[in-house]
Ligand binder design. Structure first.
Ligand SMILES: [Fe+2]
Ligand SMILES: [Fe+2]
Length: 399
């Protein structure tokens, strides 16, 4: 694929092949106690939400708890396989995501912020400082929320270990992102009490976080029973909101104002930090889209179009209000209208990747430089901010 379109991938249609899903083996079918299905009335909650591994403290081959399970028993959720058996893989693509994620490793300490300190205090206008601070404030709150959602809600509901192991990496990456924002905030000397409270006191920032909390609140419960079809649909919608909108649109779009500064030679260290984060987030979104496609196919589930429409509309309204606040005064080369139009363009891209109708037909790519700007290619070494180089850091590709 083109180096300029690292995020503009599309999965082939029709939905993914299920040839890796042989029917359950006779041995597994005969031993349902090896990994019991989620009970319809899950009590206690913690035990009900995760398929359990068979005990090894039996009496040799006579103990049915030691019977083998089959790769065909794995499912995205509600699986009957063994959560402690990594392979054989049913979802080999998930393992590939894990391997590729490990090629994008950095720490925020490796990128020099010295010029950013000078830029912030001496080169940015008042309006540009307003944009920079509030983008950081939104992003850092969002990444804490992302870490908690994956680690406490989504991961435990996945019933194949190759899915969980990528999400374990994702939890770490979200923490790394939070560290990165904190490193920027500390380096530049911003008031932490002020920055971390912005989402609580600024309604336009609070609106996006509150919407996320509302969409994710119920599925955060460990006793959320996914054998119930209505709950399963709600989980799929929530995961859609999180992976496609929150990570795939809001994060992607969220970095853009800083990239607009970077294009003018400002805040280059912070922007490079965000380029590394963006590569993670694009992978998080791609993984989530793949999970949703597999989940819908496995469960013969269709996302309700009216519910999807509401999600898109709520997300657009929250993004518009947010843009109106952070860009209440336009900065050179960037304004609120461009920000919202770009949200709609990226939303259409995500819909195509998922194989559903575009929510904003006709939305134009008003920031044609964004994909190139976001694509960190160290061979260009364009800003030379890196203190050290990772050999693997410049060669990431996932399609
Ligand atoms: Fe993140
Ligand atoms: Fe993420």
């Amino acid at each position: 694929m083109s180096a300029l379109s690292f995020d503009d991938w599309e999965l082939p249609s029709p939905p993914p092949s299920r040839t890796l899903s042989p029917p359950p083996s006779p041995s597994s079918a005969a031993t349902p106690t090896a990994a019991p299905a989620r009970p319809a009335t899950p009590t206690p909650p913690a035990a009900a939400s995760i398929p359990v591994a068979p005990t090894l403290a039996g009496n040799g081959g006579a103990n049915p708890a030691l019977a083998a399970v089959s790769v065909g028993d794995k499912r995205i959720v509600n699986g009957k396989g063994d959560i402690n058996q990594l392979a054989p893989f049913k979802y080999a693509w998930a393992w590939e995501f894990f391997l590729k994620a490990n090629r994008n490793h950095w720490t925020p300490l490796e990128i020099s912020m010295a010029q950013d300190v000078h830029d912030y205090h001496h080169r940015l206008s008042q309006s540009e400082r307003h944009v920079f601070e509030n983008v950081l404030a939104y992003l850092t709150t969002s990444d804490i929320l992302a870490m908690r959602n994956i680690g406490l809600a989504v991961m435990e509901k996945m019933s194949a270990p190759e899915l969980q192991i990528y999400q374990a990496r994702q939890v770490y990456e979200e923490a790394l992102h939070t560290w990165t924002y904190q490193h920027c905030i500390e380096s530049i000397g911003l008031d932490q009490q002020d920055i971390y409270n912005r989402y609580r006191v600024v309604p336009e920032i609070h609106g996006k976080i509150a919407l996320a909390n509302r969409r994710l609140e119920k599925v955060l419960r460990s006793d959320f029973d996914l054998t119930d079809r209505a709950n399963l649909h709600e989980f799929a919608l929530s995961y859609f909101f999180f992976a496609v909108i929150f990570e795939g649109c809001w994060f992607y779009n969220g970095f853009t104002p800083i990239f607009a500064l970077q294009r003018r030679g400002l805040m280059k260290g912070a922007a490079e930090q965000l380029q590394y984060i963006m590569r993670d987030e694009v992978m998080h979104c791609a993984f989530g889209i793949r999970v949703i496609r597999e989940l819908l196919a496995e469960e013969k589930l269709t996302l309700d179009p009216a519910a999807l429409r509401l999600l898109w509309d709520e997300a657009e309204a929250a993004e518009s209000a947010y843009a109106g606040y952070i860009l209440r005064e336009p900065i050179l080369g960037y304004n609120a209208e461009l920000h919202v139009q770009q949200f709609r363009f990226i939303a259409n891209r995500r819909a195509r990747q998922l194989g559903i109708a575009e929510p904003f037909p006709g939305a134009e790519n008003v920031l044609p430089w964004l994909d190139e700007q976001a694509n960190l290619r160290k061979e260009k070494n364009f800003f030379e901010t890196r203190v050290t180089e990772y050999q693997t850091g410049g060669a990431l590709a996932w399609e």
